[in-house]
Design a protein around this ligand. Structure first.
Ligand code: SF4
Length: 384
């Protein structure tokens, strides 16, 4: 079996079918601009730190390398590419200005590791490893994407894997784990992972490898994932929408089952009518509420129906203030009054691939699995 990496394990946990398309069937995904951008900026930093002698390259040399090794794949327009190029230049200039005075040669740059975890091969690349004193290490991983919450740095399995590999292969203790967020020049650092965290990761690696060996490649669909998935036209979940095809992009969507197709259209039409009716109901509701308010009534009668208005206080909290609101509630000891055992957040947590396996096991033993079905409907473009 091919060695597993942090990203391939995550991909498997996200959708085993997608893993199969990518790693077994070896069907390439479309190039994405954010991967190209990340690779180009990483390459420039590898150049900055990769020479084994001092002084390091100057800013001009660094930017020259950046321009020369620019990867153009995946950008949606020349303008988008130009905007990213400018952003990358800014990132490198700011990085250089911030770090050049304290520059020292790292212990390793782009350190490639290959190790066995209970018989399973695991591979990875660490962006940079610095020595702390004589016998400790700091692991750094550069990020070029969105801002990273501090909680992620404290739990992320990628850094746990790097710690495990470096300690095992280099024989030195890792003291610091850092995600360096390049767009904001912010290092986010946590201390070393606990033995339990490493143990959980080892278990996750072994379980994932076992499932792959057992050829468990069931699709795990969700709107968020499937909308962006290049394998959608090949995926069994969506096969009713696509004809058998050689090139997924060239074949138009057709309905392959007449009875199912009729049901889908019937359902779609009913949902559409329902939506229209709901909009009308809402209009009338608002008129009635306004009239009751004006007349200072709480109840009104028609010939066949009556309505009564119930008023309730409702507070809206902005997204920005939500964490603070939750913190206040927790600190005051009222947490249990707002979080029930079936709160949506618990469901979300159960789907989190970073959830420690022993905790997942304990929770699963306390609960009962039930498949919840949601049927989403979307109107197709009218045929000409
Ligand atoms: S379309 Fe969805 S379910 Fe199918 S392989 Fe892609 S992510 Fe998985």
């Amino acid at each position: 079996m091919r060695p597993l990496s942090h990203s391939s394990i995550n991909l498997y946990l996200d959708c085993p079918k997608k893993w199969q398309f990518k790693y077994i069937d070896k069907i390439p995904e479309k190039p994405r601009h954010f991967f190209s951008f990340g690779k180009t900026v990483h390459d420039a930093l590898e150049y900055l730190y990769g020479g084994q002698t001092l002084p390091p390259p100057n800013l001009e040399q660094l930017l020259e390398r950046y321009e020369k090794r620019w990867i153009s794949e995946g950008y949606q327009s020349p303008q988008q590419e130009e905007d990213y190029k400018t952003q990358g230049r800014r990132i490198l200039e700011e990085y250089y200005a911030k770090h050049i005075d304290s520059f020292r040669l790292p212990y390793f740059v782009e350190y490639e590791f290959l190790l066995k975890v209970d018989g399973v091969s695991v591979r990875g690349f660490v962006d940079r490893i610095d020595k702390i004193g004589d016998d400790a290490l700091e692991i750094l991983d550069y990020k070029t994407g969105k801002a990273i919450p501090k909680s992620r740095v404290e739990q992320d399995a990628q850094l746990t894997m790097y710690q495990m590999a470096c300690e095992e292969l280099l024989g030195l203790k890792v003291e610091k784990l850092t995600f360096y967020h390049l767009p904001s020049q912010t290092p986010l650092t946590s201390g070393r992972r606990s033995g339990d965290a490493v143990k959980e990761l080892r278990e996750r690696i072994v379980t994932t490898a076992k499932q792959i060996q057992d050829e468990r490649f069931d699709p795990k669909p969700s709107e968020r994932k499937c909308d962006w998935c290049d394998y959608k036209p090949l995926c069994p979940v969506f096969k009713h929408l696509y004809a058998a095809q050689e090139s997924p992009e060239e074949v138009p969507a057709i309905r392959s089952d007449a009875k199912l197709s009729k049901l889908v259209d019937k359902f779609g039409k009913m949902k559409e009518d329902l939506k229209e009716r709901e909009a009308k109901v809402e209009e009338v509701r608002e008129e009635i509420v306004a009239a009751l308010k004006e007349l200072n009534y709480i109840r009104a009668f028609g010939k066949k129906y009556e309505v009564t208005v119930h008023r309730d206080d409702h507070w809206d909290f902005s997204k920005e203030h939500k964490p603070k609101v939750l913190e206040e509630i927790r600190a005051a000891g009222f947490w249990d009054s707002i979080v029930g055992p079936l709160a949506p957040k618990v469901q979300k947590l159960m789907k989190d691939p970073n959830l420690p396996l022993p905790l997942r096991d304990r929770l699963q033993r306390l609960g009962k699995f039930r498949e919840q079905t949601t049927l989403r409907v979307k109107k197709l473009a009218e045929e000409e």
